[in-house]
Design a protein around this ligand. Sequence first.
Ligand code: FES
Length: 150
Amino acid sequence: MNRRDFLSTSSKAACVCALGTAGVFLSNCSGATEPSSLIDTTGVELDFDLSSADFLPLQNDGGSVVTDENEIDASGLLLLRTGENIKAFTRSCTHQGIQLNAFSNGISVCAFGHGAQFNSNGEAISAPATGSLKSYDTELNGDLLTVFGG
Ligand code: FES
Protein backbone atom coordinates (compact mmCIF):
# COMPACT_ATOMS: atom_id res chain seq x y z
CA MET A 1 0.00 0.00 0.00
CA ASN A 2 1.51 3.32 -1.02
CA ARG A 3 1.30 6.51 1.06
CA ARG A 4 -1.63 7.95 -0.91
CA ASP A 5 -3.67 4.75 -0.55
CA PHE A 6 -2.84 4.60 3.14
CA LEU A 7 -3.90 8.21 3.70
CA SER A 8 -7.08 7.71 1.72
CA THR A 9 -7.99 4.58 3.63
CA SER A 10 -7.13 5.98 7.04
CA SER A 11 -8.96 9.24 6.33
CA LYS A 12 -12.10 7.42 5.29
CA ALA A 13 -11.91 5.24 8.39
CA ALA A 14 -11.55 8.33 10.54
CA CYS A 15 -14.52 9.88 8.75
CA VAL A 16 -16.71 6.88 9.45
CA CYS A 17 -15.79 7.19 13.11
CA ALA A 18 -16.48 10.92 12.99
CA LEU A 19 -19.87 10.46 11.40
CA GLY A 20 -20.76 7.74 13.85
CA THR A 21 -20.17 10.12 16.70
CA ALA A 22 -21.28 13.31 15.01
CA GLY A 23 -23.06 14.39 18.14
CA VAL A 24 -19.78 14.30 19.99
CA PHE A 25 -17.80 16.00 17.24
CA LEU A 26 -20.25 18.81 16.75
CA SER A 27 -20.27 21.34 19.48
CA ASN A 28 -21.92 24.57 20.39
CA CYS A 29 -18.70 26.51 20.90
CA SER A 30 -18.81 25.90 24.62
CA GLY A 31 -15.07 25.60 25.02
CA ALA A 32 -11.80 27.04 23.92
CA THR A 33 -8.78 25.34 22.47
CA GLU A 34 -5.24 26.16 21.62
CA PRO A 35 -4.51 27.55 18.16
CA SER A 36 -4.33 25.07 15.32
CA SER A 37 -1.05 23.28 15.11
CA LEU A 38 1.13 23.59 12.07
CA ILE A 39 0.93 19.89 11.24
CA ASP A 40 0.99 19.26 7.52
CA THR A 41 -2.37 17.68 6.72
CA THR A 42 -1.84 17.70 2.98
CA GLY A 43 -3.32 14.51 1.60
CA VAL A 44 -5.79 14.12 4.46
CA GLU A 45 -9.45 14.43 3.57
CA LEU A 46 -12.60 14.08 5.62
CA ASP A 47 -16.09 13.32 4.35
CA PHE A 48 -19.23 14.68 5.97
CA ASP A 49 -22.75 13.47 5.23
CA LEU A 50 -24.80 16.65 4.97
CA SER A 51 -28.05 14.70 5.11
CA SER A 52 -27.41 13.86 8.76
CA ALA A 53 -29.33 15.93 11.28
CA ASP A 54 -26.25 17.65 12.65
CA PHE A 55 -25.42 19.13 9.27
CA LEU A 56 -28.91 20.15 8.14
CA PRO A 57 -28.14 23.88 8.43
CA LEU A 58 -25.77 23.40 5.50
CA GLN A 59 -28.70 22.52 3.25
CA ASN A 60 -29.62 26.22 3.09
CA ASP A 61 -27.66 29.13 1.67
CA GLY A 62 -25.94 30.95 4.55
CA GLY A 63 -26.31 27.96 6.87
CA SER A 64 -23.34 27.15 9.05
CA VAL A 65 -22.14 24.52 11.51
CA VAL A 66 -18.95 23.89 13.40
CA THR A 67 -17.17 20.64 14.13
CA ASP A 68 -14.90 19.74 16.96
CA GLU A 69 -11.22 18.96 16.45
CA ASN A 70 -10.31 16.47 13.75
CA GLU A 71 -7.39 15.21 11.65
CA ILE A 72 -7.40 18.30 9.47
CA ASP A 73 -7.67 20.99 12.11
CA ALA A 74 -7.02 20.72 15.83
CA SER A 75 -9.51 23.53 16.46
CA GLY A 76 -12.27 22.05 14.35
CA LEU A 77 -13.88 23.34 11.19
CA LEU A 78 -16.18 26.28 10.59
CA LEU A 79 -18.42 25.38 7.65
CA LEU A 80 -20.58 27.78 5.65
CA ARG A 81 -22.97 27.17 2.77
CA THR A 82 -22.66 29.75 -0.01
CA GLY A 83 -24.89 28.87 -2.93
CA GLU A 84 -23.81 25.54 -4.34
CA ASN A 85 -20.55 25.48 -2.38
CA ILE A 86 -19.47 24.89 1.18
CA LYS A 87 -16.62 26.96 2.56
CA ALA A 88 -14.41 25.45 5.26
CA PHE A 89 -12.30 27.49 7.66
CA THR A 90 -10.44 26.73 10.82
CA ARG A 91 -12.36 27.54 14.00
CA SER A 92 -9.20 29.01 15.47
CA CYS A 93 -9.53 32.76 15.96
CA THR A 94 -6.57 34.69 14.54
CA HIS A 95 -6.25 36.60 17.81
CA GLN A 96 -5.50 33.92 20.39
CA GLY A 97 -6.91 30.76 18.87
CA ILE A 98 -10.17 30.45 20.77
CA GLN A 99 -12.88 28.57 18.87
CA LEU A 100 -15.26 30.57 16.71
CA ASN A 101 -19.02 30.17 16.62
CA ALA A 102 -20.88 29.11 13.50
CA PHE A 103 -21.79 31.91 11.11
CA SER A 104 -25.00 33.78 11.77
CA ASN A 105 -26.11 36.28 9.13
CA GLY A 106 -22.68 35.95 7.50
CA ILE A 107 -20.70 36.72 10.66
CA SER A 108 -18.75 34.36 12.90
CA VAL A 109 -18.08 35.66 16.40
CA CYS A 110 -15.33 34.74 18.81
CA ALA A 111 -17.87 34.84 21.60
CA PHE A 112 -15.77 32.94 24.14
CA GLY A 113 -12.70 34.99 23.35
CA HIS A 114 -12.67 38.73 23.01
CA GLY A 115 -15.54 39.30 20.62
CA ALA A 116 -13.77 39.55 17.27
CA GLN A 117 -15.88 38.96 14.18
CA PHE A 118 -15.13 37.38 10.81
CA ASN A 119 -17.00 37.78 7.54
CA SER A 120 -18.03 35.00 5.17
CA ASN A 121 -14.64 35.18 3.44
CA GLY A 122 -12.91 34.45 6.74
CA GLU A 123 -11.57 37.99 7.06
CA ALA A 124 -11.38 39.64 10.47
CA ILE A 125 -13.74 42.60 10.51
CA SER A 126 -13.37 43.68 14.12
CA ALA A 127 -10.57 43.90 16.66
CA PRO A 128 -8.73 42.43 18.34
CA ALA A 129 -8.44 39.82 15.58
CA THR A 130 -6.63 40.63 12.35
CA GLY A 131 -5.96 38.83 9.10
CA SER A 132 -7.87 35.91 7.68
CA LEU A 133 -8.82 32.46 8.85
CA LYS A 134 -7.04 29.49 7.35
CA SER A 135 -9.32 27.98 4.73
CA TYR A 136 -9.52 24.50 3.27
CA ASP A 137 -10.52 23.27 -0.16
CA THR A 138 -13.85 21.52 -0.33
CA GLU A 139 -15.82 19.43 -2.80
CA LEU A 140 -19.56 18.91 -2.67
CA ASN A 141 -21.16 15.95 -4.42
CA GLY A 142 -24.83 15.83 -3.54
CA ASP A 143 -24.93 15.49 0.23
CA LEU A 144 -21.32 14.37 0.51
CA LEU A 145 -18.92 17.11 1.55
CA THR A 146 -15.20 16.43 1.33
CA VAL A 147 -12.80 18.77 3.09
CA PHE A 148 -9.16 18.58 2.08
CA GLY A 149 -6.40 19.22 4.55
CA GLY A 150 -3.48 21.38 3.70
S1 FES B 1 -9.22 34.91 20.82
FE1 FES B 1 -10.75 35.58 19.42
S2 FES B 1 -10.96 37.71 19.86
FE2 FES B 1 -9.40 37.05 21.22
